[in-house]
Design a protein around this ligand. Structure first.
Ligand code: DQA
Length: 150
């Protein structure tokens, strides 16, 4: 059966393309979705690509992924730096998570250097722009393949 990967996007990522283009570039979230779908097709995976500005909605989707997905690629956006609830949700479902940030959060303001998601993620990819999502899907596919062998 085809494995499902949830690609979750947090607040303000719906504005990609218009939002601070000097930091986030001109690529829209729809463009990123297309990149993810094409990589998933190549790898034989199915993608559920979602965005919300609301923390509770992201918690609900993580819980839903726990019921039907093999893993999560997650750009929690600003909630990365604030959300115990999202960390708890990931701990609860015990799915492999690859955290993604378009920008290099370590080269920005110090409040972005800490992530509540990183300690419960299998990997963290930042600073690669939209390509980071492609890397994250590949890394997750590789992780799932290794885990199936073990
Ligand atoms: C972001 C980095 C976060 O610090 C910021 O709040 C975002 C986007 C990124 O993709 O670079 O909204 O997650």
């Amino acid at each position: 059966m085809t494995q499902v990967i949830y690609v979750l996007n947090g607040p303000n990522l719906n504005l990609l393309g218009q939002r601070e283009p000097g930091i986030y570039g001109a690529t829209t979230l729809e463009d990123i979705k297309a990149l993810c779908l094409s990589k998933a097709e190549e790898l034989g995976l199915s993608i559920e690509f979602l965005q919300s500005n609301h923390e509770g909605q992201l918690v609900d989707w993580i819980q839903e992924a726990g019921q039907r997905a093999a893993g999560i690629v997650f750009n929690p956006a600003a909630y990365s730096h604030t959300s115990v609830a999202l960390q708890d949700a990931i701990r609860a479902v015990q799915l492999p998570v690859m955290e993604v940030h378009l920008s290099n959060i370590h080269a920005r303001e110090s409040f972005r250097h800490h992530s509540f998601i990183a300690p419960v993620a299998k990997g963290v990819i930042c600073g690669l722009g939209p390509y980071g999502y492609v890397v994250a899907i590949e890394a997750l596919a590789n992780y799932l393949k290794q885990a199936a062998k073990a």
